[in-house]
Every structure is written in C-alpha cells, then in structure tokens.
Design a protein. Structure first.
Length: 395
C-alpha cells in the first residue's frame, strides 16, 4: 500500500496526451489543439469602417460647414473597394470597405442629410474609426498555440483563422464497468429482489466526460468470473482507459483485478493509504490503462476526483496540474484528529469558509451531492477548530 502522493505521481506519469486527429471546426469545441493554428489570411482583408458613418478626406472638411455629395455606399461584405472622389464622401457601414483615398469615417450621429448630400457642421473629433488591413492579424500568424483548450472564446479565434478543420488531441475512450450482483438499472431496483440502483457508474461517467473523455461504454456486470473476464476483454478492445467500480476488496466475489489477469495486467499499484478509497488500484494492459475505483459511492467519487479526473484530462491533452490546485480555506466547523490514513473529508463552502459535512460515511449518496470541496488531512493530523486553516480542493 502506497501513500497518496506516490499513487498520484504514478497516475500522472501515464497521463500523457493521446495521438491527434483532424476534426471539423464544428466538432472542435472543448477539444485541445494538437498543433499551432495559423491564420489563412489577413483580418481585416482590407481597411474597413469601425462605425456606421461617412468616409471622407480630411481636406474636404478643412472648412465647416461642408456639403459633400454621397458618391457610393459600402456595406460589409462588398467585394470591391470603392474610390473616394475628391470633394465627395462615401456612405459606409460597420465592416464595410473604407474607400481608397479616405482619411477617416465620420460617425453618422453628427452628420446631417439633404437628399444625396451629407452635411458636416461640427468637427468630427479625434477618432478616425478605420480598421487597417491586417490590424487584427496577418496571414500565417499563430492564432492559438498547441495545447489550447477550444473554449467559447478560443472558438471565435479558430473560426476567424478561416479553417474548416483542425488538428486536436484525440479524446480518451473510456469504458466503465460496474461490478456487483446487487446493482440494478435506476428505475428498476425496487422491482429487483435485493437490488440497489447503480448510481456510481453515472457519476463516474459524468466526471470523465467533464474532463474530456468519450465514454464509449457503461456496463453493469454480475460477480461471475466468466462474465467479468469477457467484459474485460471487450472493454480493452474498445477503450484507452477502463474504469472498474467495486470488486477490489478481499471478499469472495471481489474479482476486479483478476478479470484482467488473462490479458496480461501490469499492476502499477494495488492500494493507497487514503480514506475513503483504500481499495483504489491502477494498471496497464497492453496499450490500455485500467483504473479500479471502490464500489461505495462516496469512495468512488473521491478517488475519481483525485485520480480519474487528472488522468483523463492529461490523456485529452489538458494540463492535469490545473485539477490539483489545493488552496487554504478557513474552517467554520471543527475537525477531529485524523487517523492513520490520509483522509479527504467532504466539505461545503459557506460564509467565506469551509464546513465539513456532518455525514462522512463512504456509502452516502444524498450528502455527497452537497459537497463542493475535499478537505485534505494528513495521517495523524491533530484536531482543528473553527477559524483554523485547512487545505481544500474543488470537488
């Protein structure tokens, strides 16, 4: 049995980005760029107006008031660039091409109209309201570097680069295997003698998806060695990461690791000295990783947050360290001394501090939904009082 930091380091050592794939821009949201994204052209491609107004030459407004005939109209999307005759103006709209020869755009709010003439009676002010060609970016500029998560802001830049497809890190394919004869599909448990709803696999799947996984399978399995072994082989064929819940203790029906033995399981670690979650284990079978989580809901989600979340993030090309940012928080409730295992108590952010949940049982499900932080307690740590500082991680 190894300590938490050692176990986490072993997991992070395997959290390396998967190979890249090319996807349509439409499908790239929240993916991670595998290569620098460069612009195909300049933006704007030609000088354009930044406002609705009138493009003019400075010399034609040297004496005010001035009356200038409107020689043309330039809307956004116009392919040609008009030429501004001397002694005239061009009606322009935001994004429309600025005519050749124009020095500025005068905003429409201070310009009068008399038929086809524009009337300039007040000084236009210092703003020229022209976006120069290439003032946003030039062809070949790096719009987004490799490693960028394509969130909503980055997607604007990606689309502006004028690409229809781009190279991204492949999403890790995750298969979730829930073991236990007692598990039943939610909605059917009450009609199943001895059945309880399979809640853990739904939480694990949501956690994996949140951090970049493509959940390709979520299956419930009976505690039958032949069934488990067949399911293990199938999952290894279809996934980069297999997550097994339950079956990791020492009971007669705990076969979680044994189900992978025929396929050459290379066990990286078998237990961690943490509470909850001591039965967590991790290994590799060929090109696939296998993570075993406890069967109790809270234990599964705590170990999932500590190990599965950064592992999936790393495989998806994200930085796992961003999910492991511990910070200080002020306790609003006391904590008892910690036992001989490092403990991650569930807490809730309240009143500018953090309060430990009243219920810390590893099987709890209702209280689990109210927790938003994990409170880290070192093995043998003394009691803490309200007002003391604790170390927490977003849960």
């Amino acid at each position: 049995m190894i300590d938490f930091d050692t176990a986490l380091a072993l997991v992070l050592n395997e959290a390396r980005p998967l190979p890249s794939e090319r996807v349509a821009l439409e499908a790239a949201g929240e993916r991670v760029l595998a290569a620098d994204l460069r612009a195909r052209g300049d933006a704007p491609r030609t000088a354009v107006s930044a406002m609705d107004g009138y493009a003019v030459r400075e010399a034609d407004l040297a004496t005010l008031p001035a009356r200038l005939p409107i020689a043309a109209v330039a809307f956004a999307g116009r392919g040609d660039v008009p030429v501004l005759p001397r002694g005239a103006c061009v009606r322009v709209f935001t994004g429309g091409p600025t005519p050749h020869g124009a020095d500025r755009v005068v905003v429409q709010e201070i310009v009068g109209r008399d038929g086809d003439d524009a009337l300039f009676e007040v000084p236009p002010g210092p703003g020229r309201h022209i976006r120069a060609a290439g003032s946003d970016f030039r062809a070949g500029d790096i719009m987004l570097p490799a490693g960028t998560v394509l969130g909503f802001r980055a997607m604007v830049a990606a689309a502006a680069a004028d690409v229809a497809a781009l190279s991204v890190v492949r999403r890790p394919r995750v298969a979730i295997l829930g073991t236990g004869d007692e598990l039943a599909e939610p909605g059917q448990a009450l009609e199943t003698p001895g059945g309880i709803p399979d809640s853990v696999s739904f939480g694990v799947a949501a956690l994996a998806r949140r951090h970049g996984a493509d959940v390709v399978a979520r299956r419930r399995l009976s505690d039958t060695p032949e069934v488990l072994e067949a399911a293990a082989g199938r999952a290894l064929d279809e996934a980069d990461l297999v997550v097994v819940t339950g079956g990791a203790s020492v009971g007669e029906k705990d076969h979680a690791r044994a189900m992978f033995a025929p396929f050459g399981l290379d066990l990286i670690f078998s237990k961690a000295a943490i509470k909850p979650g001591k039965p967590v284990w991790f290994g590799r079978v060929g090109g696939a990783l296998v993570l075993g989580l406890p069967g109790n809901p809270t234990s599964a989600l705590v170990t999932g947050r500590l190990f599965l979340a950064p592992l999936v993030a790393g495989l998806a090309g994200r930085d796992p360290a961003t999910l492991l940012t511990w910070r200080d928080a002020t306790l609003t409730t006391p904590l008892k001394p910690c036992g001989d295992r490092e403990t991650f108590e569930r807490g809730r952010l309240v009143d500018g501090g953090v309060a430990a949940l009243d219920v810390q049982d590893s099987a709890t499900q209702k209280a689990l939904a109210t927790a938003d932080v994990l409170i880290r307690r070192r093995a043998g740590a003394p009691a803490l009082g309200a007002g003391d500082t604790a170390i927490v991680l977003d849960f």
